[in-house]
Design a protein around this ligand. Structure first.
Ligand SMILES: C[S@@+](CC[C@H](N)C(=O)[O-])C[C@H]1O[C@@H](n2cnc3c(N)ncnc32)[C@H](O)[C@@H]1O
Length: 351
């Protein structure tokens, strides 16, 4: 059950604080419970993604072994939950080994308890950095990474590692945000605070402030999958209205994200002055807009993508090894990143 460290906890903690989105947030002890609230807005996209990847029609390997699946950036386990529903529907609980990977120890602890409570079989958590997940080459039949890629500092390395650990013919399923429309109401509420502190003006500004690369662009998602060597690429957008009980409920769900934006956008003085007023400003604004104690919905739009690592696994009569079926794809990203860094450095010293 419990997760074992592939890197030292200290190293992962450093990585978490480097993460552009909510770095220190993932390190809070209570993050599991905190993030579990956020499942309200990520969870509804998990089942459509898993179905799009045909995980509701899983076929078992011809070799006499269990199917191996990786739920990368599993968080508090909402996608894990939906996957378990599909496994139970197909009667496959004992035929699938599921690894849930994340670098946030707090979330994995939460998920460990959830696994125990729900009695999910053959399901383990593992602390891992998605950029170098530490799993052996071609060790998973399928990989899912829901709402993860866009916040990983080196998302290209993570995508490449997803390809690396997939078996030939294996499916990769991913989701990333297309629009984050909750930000608009909060922007209007913040405009009423003293001194008019800054706030992202559009969903695009928000997603850009945490992502490495324009992951909110379906063309970019498609292109990156293609570039990594994936085939049978299908990328779609999905709109879901997320129901919230009332304005207080809205704040509970988005509390951590609102705080993250405030920390990123505000000066120390603004934080001191405005943070204590933030909750009342947002809840009050939402109550005036949607009615006190009344339910309302927020439109969320997500990009869902599925792709396959090429290979003859399904077609072959197991005459070829996995490596022969699907050669390794190598990239020289490190070199490019170094060059970009050099240019930025030269610019910043004014040469
Ligand atoms: C937005 S949550 C998504 C959680 C879940 N998959 C869902 O759909 O709700 C993103 C998750 O990615 C994890 N994460 C971010 N960067 C990571 C990295 N470099 N390696 C592993 N996990 C990472 C965070 O800890 C967090 O649990």
């Amino acid at each position: 059950m419990s997760h074992n460290n592939t890197e030292s906890t200290k190293k992962l903690a450093e990585l978490a604080s480097e993460t552009r989105f909510a770095g220190p947030l993932w390190l809070r002890e209570e993050v599991g419970a905190l993030y579990a609230k956020g499942e309200v807005h990520t969870g509804p996209f998990s089942m459509p993604l898993l179905r799009m990847a045909n995980f509701d029609k899983l076929s078992l390997p011809s070799e006499n072994r269990n199917l191996r699946m990786l739920d990368l950036c599993c968080g508090s386990g909402v996608t894990t939950h939906e996957l378990q529903v599909l496994l139970q529907q197909q009667g496959l609980e004992d035929k699938v080994d599921l690894v849930c990977g994340d670098f946030s120890a707090g979330q994995l602890e939460y998920l460990d308890k959830r696994i125990q409570r729900m009695g999910w079989r053959n399901t383990v958590t593992r602390q891992m950095n998605a950029e170098r997940n530490g799993e052996p080459d071609m060790s998973f039949d399928h990989v899912v990474c829901a709402q993860g890629l866009m916040i990983i500092p080196d998302s290209q390395a993570a995508l490449q590692d997803c390809y690396r650990v997939l078996k030939p013919g294996g499916t990769f399923a991913l989701s990333v945000w297309y629009t984050e429309n909750w930000i608009l109401d909060v922007r209007d509420a913040v405009a009423q605070l003293p001194g008019l502190p800054n706030w992202p003006q559009t969903s695009l500004e928000l997603t850009n402030s945490w992502a490495q690369g324009p992951w909110e662009d379906p063309h970019y998602v498609k292109s990156m999958l293609h570039r990594r060597g994936f085939v049978d690429i299908d990328v779609q957008t999905k709109i879901i209205m997320i129901p919230l009980k009332d304005a207080e409920d809205f704040y509970e769900v988005y509390d951590a994200f609102i705080e993250w934006v405030a920390d990123r956008y505000w000066t120390e003085g603004e934080r001191k002055r405005c943070k204590p007023l933030l909750r009342d400003a947002v809840v009050g604004f939402m109550e005036r807009k949607y009615g006190r104690g009344r339910p309302f919905s927020i439109e969320k739009v997500c990009i869902l993508g599925t792709a396959r690592r090429p290979g003859c696994r399904t077609e072959r009569a197991s005459a070829l090894s996995d490596a022969e079926c699907s050669p390794k794809v190598e990239f020289a990203d490190q070199k490019y990143e170094y060059k970009i860094w050099q240019i930025e450095y030269i610019t910043s010293v004014g040469l």
